[in-house]
Ligand binder design. Structure first.
Ligand code: THU
Length: 151
């Protein structure tokens, strides 16, 4: 069922299955009348609390918010910043749904060493880390590195 390539986030197969299922349930709440491309996400925090999210589009198209960011922002706004894994769900049958670049950067804000489950509607998944999805990335620590003076 799983095509494994990275750490399992310390989750059991059952926990992974639950997370993947929840991401597909969250997809049913997608507000995507413009793209008709539904996406859901389910985020497993360090203590096991799960936050879900869906994409939320807008008639002013550029204001759309992706499912992954909805889930992450919900979690952060509730006081959670340590994440073990996120599952991402769409309706594409033939390929595992990959997160967009903006969402990869938002994930990366909270570390490179946690897990992303890219799923298909049949609930199969591919496992990757945030660091694998966004190599050589910019993050919070970069802001504190020594800078040249006098320019
Ligand atoms: N979308 C997501 O929710 N997550 C992604 O990682 C890729 C794209 C949404 C944004 C938009 O509502 C629709 O999919 C089409 O791009």
């Amino acid at each position: 069922m799983a095509e494994k390539s990275a750490a399992s986030a310390g989750l059991t197969d059952e926990q992974i299955h639950e997370l993947v299922q929840k991401s597909h349930q969250a997809k049913q709440r997608a507000y995507a009348p413009y793209s008709n491309f539904r996406v859901g996400a389910a985020l497993h925090t360090e203590d096991g609390t799960i936050f879900t999210g869906c994409n939320v589009e807008n008639s002013s198209y550029s204001l759309a918010c992706c499912a992954e960011r909805t889930a992450i922002f919900k979690a952060v706004s509730e006081g959670y910043k340590s994440f073990r894994a996120i599952a991402i769900a769409g309706d594409v049958e033939s390929e595992f749904l990959a997160p967009c670049g903006s969402c990869r950067q938002v994930m990366r804000e909270f570390g490179t060493d946690w897990t992303v489950y890219l799923t298909k509607p049949d609930l199969s998944y591919r496992t990757m880390t945030v660091g694998e999805l966004l190599p050589c990335s910019f993050g919070p620590d970069d802001l504190n590195k020594p800078k040249v003076k006098g320019q």
